[in-house]
Design a protein around this ligand. Structure first.
Ligand code: ATP
Ligand code: MG
Length: 357
């Protein structure tokens, strides 16, 4: 599975501006979102990652206004959702209509046990007031799309976890949404099933031009299907961009998580450097040139190569003898070759950095 080229356009589909959400519990305030600016473009699969409590679910619930933000705005497909809704019936109806253009997939599927698979998919169509015949046609079409045409009459209890999530996805697509939101849709599933559900989301993204905003805490998910990603911490987005941009950002935490290149220094007084190569710049010639030009012993501690959005990206961790101060010139040479160079955050490197300051 790889992140295939999709037709991502520059049209923004989800934009949040200075989004804040403060929860008031009995004796204190919890700032779940602390000024979030999110930009999701049409046709992309966008992953939000971050530790438990970072505010990911709150963000996604604010995007479809299941949760009303304390301040800030949410625009979906050019419509300011935060301006909709309110006390009057008409305002509520406008918000409901806008929401039907946003599908939502849940971690625990949230299927109704008393309804058949088809009945579950028809539910949002009933709420939209669509006639019985049309409802049934649409539900069967969606079940076919998610590979469950033969399960229309089954009940949720008769399905596997992966099948239940397929029903959840079919139901989310009932209102022909432009946007699909997914909060940990695969975290209750085994790895094999996870892969098939992710592939389904990717296929729907490609076939229907659906924009997908998903929350996960698995970096593999981001690597496998996301065009872009954001890292949340304490209610803020601390890093965001296309996966390729993130990899090109020195010091990016997401890049480190996506591309862990291992390897500890072989002894004290070594300089460990992480190199990131983009596109055509070839690795080996540069390393051997470095060794020859500066007459240094370069050891390769670890390396990884991946294709991100059709571009080759490689990471390599190398070790040079001597402390950082002795290696300023070779490091400068590597930078001149257009390679992204970072002194690695190993325990030894941390000590070196401190002495450099
Ligand atoms: N309804 C609520 N009332 C009070 N506090 C809440 C409420 N919902 C969330 N919070 C708090 O807001 C913060 C962000 O929660 P949120 O559920 O968005 O985190 P998350 O990133 O989705 O975490 P996880 O990975 O565990 O799902 C947490 O401190 C949480 O306790
Ligand atoms: Mg959550």
């Amino acid at each position: 599975m790889s992140a295939a080229h999709s037709t991502v356009t520059d049209t923004p589909v989800i934009t949040t501006t200075d989004l804040r959400k403060v929860y008031h519990s009995r004796d204190r305030e919890i700032t779940a979102l602390d000024g979030v600016d999110l930009h999701v473009r049409e046709g992309e699969v966008y992953g939000v990652v971050g530790q438990s409590g970072a505010g990911k679910s709150t963000l996604i619930r604010c995007v479809n206004l299941l949760e009303r933000p304390t301040s800030g705005t949410v625009e979906v497909a050019g419509q300011d959702l935060t301006a909709l809704g309110g006390r009057t019936d008409r305002a509520g109806a406008a918000l409901r209509a806008a929401r039907s253009g946003i599908g939502m997939v849940f971690q625990h599927f949230n299927l109704l046990a008393s309804r058949t698979v088809q009945g579950n998919v028809e539910l949002p169509l009933e709420i939209l007031g669509i006639s019985g015949k049309e409802r049934s046609r649409k539900a069967l079409e969606l079940l076919d799309l998610v590979g469950l045409a033969d399960k229309a009459r089954a009940y949720p209890a008769q399905l596997s976890g992966g099948q239940k999530q397929r029903v959840g996805i079919a139901r989310a697509l009932a209102g022909d949404p432009k946007v699909l939101l997914s909060d940990e849709a695969t975290s209750a599933l085994d790895p094999e099933t996870t892969r098939s559900i992710l592939q389904l989301l990717r296929d729907l993204n490609q076939q229907l031009g659906l924009t997908v905003l998903l929350i996960t805490h698995e970096m593999d998910v981001v690597k496998a299907i996301c065009d872009s990603a954001a890292l949340m911490k304490n209610g803020r987005v601390v890093e965001s961009g296309t996966v390729a941009e993130l990899l090109a950002t020195p010091g990016s935490e997401l890049a480190h998580e996506l591309f862990p290149v291992g390897g500890e220094p072989s002894g004290p007084d070594r300089t460990v450097i992480d190199l990131t190569f983009h596109g055509e710049s070839a690795t080996e010639p540069v390393i051997s040139q470095l060794a020859r030009t500066y007459n240094v012993d370069v050891s390769i501690l670890g390396a990884a190569m991946e294709t991100i959005s059709g571009r080759q990206i490689g990471r390599m961790r190398i070790e040079l003898p001597g402390p950082f101060e002795d290696n300023v010139v070779p490091i400068g040479f590597l930078r001149e070759q257009g390679i992204q160079v970072e002194v690695a955050r190993t325990a030894a490197a941390a000590r070196v950095k401190e002495t450099v300051k």
